[in-house]
Write a protein that binds this ligand. Structure first.
Ligand SMILES: [Ca+2]
Ligand SMILES: [Ca+2]
Length: 376
């Protein structure tokens, strides 16, 4: 799939991708009101009967704006107006949902589907995308999105091309291109616009942004099953391919909460929860992810994660910040801001059956009793 590049028009507009579904409050500086002489209320964020996030309008306004009214707000005077769009559409409303045609039904045909996000006002600095549903065809055995792809362009940062399954500037353009393979595709992407003074703005360089004290971070398309794709290694052997996506380089950031000074990263449950390089298929289920398979430092030169200035849970220094292979040792970092960087190269010919990662993070209180958690 050839990457489509769109000219950047607004430098500071930076999309954030997140798989969490946390509510975000938006400050509308230019709230719209009823005409003079009628009851007035601000166009605040509201929740629809189905649990979607919308904006409080009158039924008449919502209809005129092309939204769908669901549930009440403003003490019953207004209705919660949900904005949805599909292929070929655009939206300048905050909290818009971009879905495939007919969602929640799936689509199977080959097509190119574009949706344009326009700033809802001039004070918007970031766009947050929540993948409530993203079910596209798997990448090839090398992790390249050769059949289906989600390409995000127009932002200030270089964003990876995404395919497979994911649960969780200027005009931002989302393009979903689907290939000839018959596959039940579907998507429902929540688009939230964040004002420049919004407390939940992600720092520069953060593609994923988490704000909770603890949580789970999955790489794009992480799953425990094989992708189905195959790869031919340098010895001309055909081996199981990868679910891990190629050509990625992005930051996963965690907002440091007051009173917390460090962050612990550990491997999630399951034998394949950290399988980013080398042969995952060769090691049997009793050894994958268990001691003996962590790889750190300069040996990690294709696909890896970076955790700055890490120490092991027992307080000893790791002495390197790259982690790869088929196991992540539990490590703690006191470097601020809290960032884990993800890097993958262009293929997986030297790897077998990698799945990516599912990691757990936990913020650690300042002055934790073991005393080893506070580093310069
Ligand atoms: Ca790999
Ligand atoms: Ca690779």
């Amino acid at each position: 799939m050839k990457r489509v590049l769109i000219v950047l028009l607004l430098t500071y507009f930076q999309p954030i991708l997140s798989k969490t579904d946390q509510p975000v409050s938006i400050n509308f500086r230019h709230s719209k009101f009823w005409p003079v002489g009628v009851v007035r209320f601000p166009n605040t964020v509201c929740n629809s009967l189905e649990g979607y996030t919308g904006t409080c309008y009158t039924k008449w306004e919502c209809h005129n704006l092309g939204g769908v009214a669901s549930g009440s707000c403003a003490n019953g005077i207004g209705t919660c107006c949900i904005f949805q769009g599909t292929c070929g559409g655009n939206s300048s409303y905050n909290n818009t949902y971009f879905t495939n045609r007919g969602f929640p039904n799936t689509v199977s045909n080959s097509s190119s589907c574009t949706f344009t996000i326009k700033k809802c006002n001039s004070d918007i600095c970031q766009v947050r995308l929540d993948f409530l549903n993203l079910n596209l065809a798997q990448p090839d055995g090398n992790g390249n999105c050769i059949t289906d792809s989600l390409i995000i362009s127009g932002g200030a940062s270089n964003l990876p091309i995404i395919c497979g399954q994911t649960v969780a500037n200027t005009d931002i353009i989302l393009m979903i291109a689907t290939g000839a393979l018959t596959f039940a595709r579907s998507w429902n992407i929540k688009i939230t616009q964040l004002a420049c003074d919004c407390p939940s703005l992600a720092p520069t360089g953060c593609l994923m942004y988490y704000t909770a004290l603890s949580g789970t971070v999955n790489s794009f398309n992480y799953g425990t099953t094989l992708s189905g794709g195959l790869v031919i290694n340098p010895m001309n052997m055909t081996r199981p391919g990868t679910r891990q996506l190629a050509n990625e380089n992005y930051g996963v950031c965690v907002q440091m909460q007051p009173g917390y000074c460090a962050i612990e990263w550990s491997q999630g449950p399951g034998d394949t929860s950290f399988t980013v390089s080398n042969d995952t298929a060769f090691a049997d289920a009793s050894s994958v992810g268990l001691p003996g398979f962590p790889v750190i430092g300069t040996m990690c030169n294709t696909d890896f994660v970076v955790i700055p200035n890490p120490i092991y849970a027992n307080g000893t220094t790791v002495g390197a910040d790259r982690f790869c292979g088929n196991q992540l040792p539990t490590v703690i970092s006191s470097s601020k801001p809290f960032v884990l960087t993800v890097v993958t190269d262009e293929n997986d010919v030297s790897d077998v059956a990698n799945r990516g990662f599912s990691l757990t993070y936990r913020q650690i209180p300042c002055g934790a009793p073991n005393g080893m958690l506070v580093l310069p």
